[in-house]
Design a protein around this ligand. Structure first.
Ligand code: ITT
Length: 193
């Protein structure tokens, strides 16, 4: 029988990505599936801390095996910003368009455009926490390109490609992304337990 894990996210795009990557190995339950409509707190100042806060919330309130991811875009010339604050870079609204505009503005004069997406997954299984990391390196381009994906995808061009994640589309993104890599590490762990 497949394992059941709750994915503690309010981001529908992430849920879709995870189901596409992991769906044949694990039964993924959404927060809706367990009737959880809470605004789960994310008040830590690291990706590791936020991922743990989200997964622990579900474990403590529902007693279910679960995982959460926290992802940040870390830009070299901005000393790693927006990082753990990626969702709220331009204000509280989780507004991707405003976030990208702010980032492009902050980087207007910058020649070093190196950046990376970093995902930390916190899994809680049988009351024990395990973390997994995934990183993809790339560049922030000067203007948005492409329609697929979400968040900062239209301005992030992964190394080895001439297109952004939003141009490459979900099939390619889900093979090479930060989240795909963190999930691969999660899968390897789950296959051994
Ligand atoms: P949950 O906390 O409910 O999972 P969130 O949207 O707040 O959803 P994060 O805090 O992990 O998710 O992500 C912070 C932001 O980083 C997110 O709002 C996006 O703008 C961006 N982001 C995360 N993953 C991304 C991806 O794969 N591609 C592009 N941008 C991404």
């Amino acid at each position: 029988m497949k394992k059941k894990l709750v994915f503690a996210t309010n981001n529908a795009h992430k849920l879709e990505e995870l189901k596409a990557i992991l769906g044949d190995k694990v039964d993924i339950l959404s927060l809706k599936d367990i009737d959880c409509y809470a605004d789960i707190p994310e008040t830590a100042d690291t990706l590791e801390g936020n991922a743990r806060q989200k997964s622990l919330y579900i474990y403590e309130h529902y007693g279910l095996d679960c995982f959460a991811d926290d992802t940040g875009l870390e830009v070299d010339c901005l000393d790693g910003a927006p990082g753990v604050y990626s969702a709220r870079y331009a204000g509280d609204g989780h507004d991707s368009k405003a976030n990208m505009e702010k980032l492009l503005y902050e980087m207007k004069e910058k020649t070093n455009r190196k950046a990376r997406f970093r995902t930390v997954i916190s899994l809680i299984e049988k009351g024990e926490e395990h973390q997994f990391e995934g990183i993809v390196n790339g560049q922030i381009i000067k203007e948005k390109k492409g329609e697929a994906g979400f968040g900062y995808d239209p301005i992030f061009q992964p190394d080895g490609y001439a297109e952004t994640f939003a141009e490459l589309g979900n099939d390619i993104k889900n093979k090479i992304s930060h989240r795909a890599r963190a999930v691969a590490a999660l899968c390897e762990y789950l296959s051994k337990t």
